[in-house]
Design a protein around this ligand. Structure first.
Ligand code: NAG
Ligand code: NAG
Ligand code: NAG
Length: 439
């Protein structure tokens, strides 16, 4: 495991704060407000980052869940499921099959697993009901809009009065301690800018559809009830996580964003991306934007129970520096490669299913940049219990599998063998939840 010396990482971060404006933070003026937020974010990130774990987890090899029946069929069963509620993975089992999910929405706050397990979002706050899909006033967002909800200082659990399509005029700049919970409604964020999670902590995003995201032009945007600032053009990511910690993104359906679907950069850590359904996109997930950003050594991210589906090209994810746990995802389509990286990231791939494309030159799951074999052969990239189909192969490197990774069971979810993946990911994407029924 690439454990960075903590002091040097923090020192690096502090030196970085001074130069961040030139590092595409999209912050026009790095004023006292943003400097304070960057400092707080760094403190949270250093706590979220586990460099002294106490509990120990066991290896995959020891556990087999006899109640699940595996299958090796390459085709997913795409028929709509009409049977009784099935929560097929440990995150969903925490809440999904309870008929009272609507009156007990905050139960979700205790369901995160993986490195984002500390995310409780707006659990301690009030509900905020979004009633108005418009997004016209960047300086003084109208009460009832999503933008008005996310700039409030207090913790909030944000829900939607009805199904709606929201076209964001500019990037949606969130504040800490928020949940966006679209369960029970069909909320589509499309044809405008994306969501920005910058220098904040503790966010849950659940159940959104996010499509066709384009860069916002920038300008004066209110990013808190107490602050408005100049933003440069945004990148066109669906969700951009920048210097932020304790983030959980669950059951989202995302496609066709002009930059990344989800990017996590600049010392972001404590992140879980689970139960997502991703389609029609080139550069899917970028974890670490630049080989010079050594701060990304603190990055710890779990990618679990997602379906990487039709029309995806590459970067599922593409990693630098950090520790990335990729488990029980279903990779049914890619054009170039599935998992890539540079700058010695640690990548532990467990119990995924990789179905290679027909192209004989794209069968390799893995892809390494900017390093000769002499160098990358030392990076720890391990495949354990993965199912390889259509000639897919994972080129391993680094230290062989170790029996015990130094993380708790909550941080490092125990993977099931890859043959269970269709079942584990069967309900990936935004769910269609009905009131007073199991979801
Ligand atoms: C699936 O494939 C794996 C690896 O090829 C094999 O060990 C396993 O027995 C197969 N499972 C089923 C249910 O066919
Ligand atoms: C978020 O909530 C935590 C825990 O209640 C609190 O310590 C922290 O100050 C809050 N952060 C912000 C920016 O309000
Ligand atoms: C992708 O999004 C762009 C920008 O909104 C749009 O012009 C394009 O038609 C979309 N492509 C597809 C396949 O939906």
């Amino acid at each position: 495991m690439a454990v960075a010396d903590r002091t040097s990482v923090l020192f690096f971060f502090l030196s970085l704060v001074a130069v961040i404006p030139v590092l595409q933070a999209n912050i026009g003026e790095f004023d006292a407000y943003w400097q304070q937020k960057a400092k707080e974010a760094e403190e949270t990130a250093s706590k979220a980052y586990n460099s002294h774990p106490e509990e120990i987890t066991d290896s995959l090899a020891k556990q087999v869940d006899a109640t699940l029946v595996g299958t090796n069929a390459t085709r997913r069963n795409l028929r709509k499921y009409n049977g009784p509620c099935l929560a097929t993975n440990p995150i969903d089992r925490c809440w999904r099959c309870r008929a009272d999910w609507m009156s007990d929405r905050k139960r979700l706050a205790d369901c995160a697993q993986g490195f984002g397990h500390k995310a409780i979002g707006g659990k301690e706050g009030k509900f905020y009901v979004v009633t108005d899909p418009s997004d016209n006033d960047m300086a003084n967002p109208k009460p009832g809009t999503l933008r008005h909800a996310v700039i409030q200082e207090e913790p909030l659990w944000i829900i939607f009065a009805k199904s709606m399509v929201i076209r964001l005029n500019q990037e949606l700049i969130m504040t800490s301690n928020k949940t966006i919970d679209a369960r029970g409604t069909h909320v589509l964020i499309a044809n405008g800018a994306g969501i920005t999670i910058q220098f904040i902590q503790n966010v849950i995003i659940h159940g959104l559809h996010i499509h066709n995201i384009v860069p916002g032009s920038g300008g004066m945007i209110r990013d808190s009830v107490n602050h408005i600032g100049f933003r440069t053009r945004s990148d066109g990511d669906g969700i951009s996580i920048f210097g932020a910690a304790n983030i959980w993104i669950d059951h989202v359906s995302m496609s066709n964003c002009s930059d990344g679907i989800i990017d996590a950069i600049m010392g972001s850590t404590g992140i879980t991306i689970s139960n997502g359904h991703f389609t029609n996109h080139n550069e899917v997930m970028l974890f670490g934007a630049n080989d010079a950003h050594v701060i990304d050594k603190i990055m710890q991210i779990t990618v679990a129970f997602n379906h990487f589906g039709q029309g995806l090209e590459q970067r599922m994810p593409r990693c630098r520096w950090g520790f990335i746990h990729v488990l029980n995802n279903d990779y049914t389509h890619w054009l170039m490669y599935a998992i890539g990286g540079s700058s010695q990231p640690t990548i532990i791939s467990q119990g995924n299913r990789f179905i290679a494309p027909l192209d004989p030159y794209a069968k390799q799951v893995t892809h390494r940049d900017y390093a000769t074999e002499d160098t990358w052969s030392k990076w720890q990239w391990r495949s354990e219990g993965d199912v390889m189909m259509n000639g897919a192969f994972f080129v391993e490197s680094g230290e062989p599998h170790i029996e015990k990774y130094p993380f708790s069971r909550l941080e490092m979810i125990q993977a099931k063998p890859g043959s269970y993946v269709t079942r584990l990911t069967r309900f990936a994407g935004a769910l269609d939840c009905k009131p007073n029924q199991p979801c």
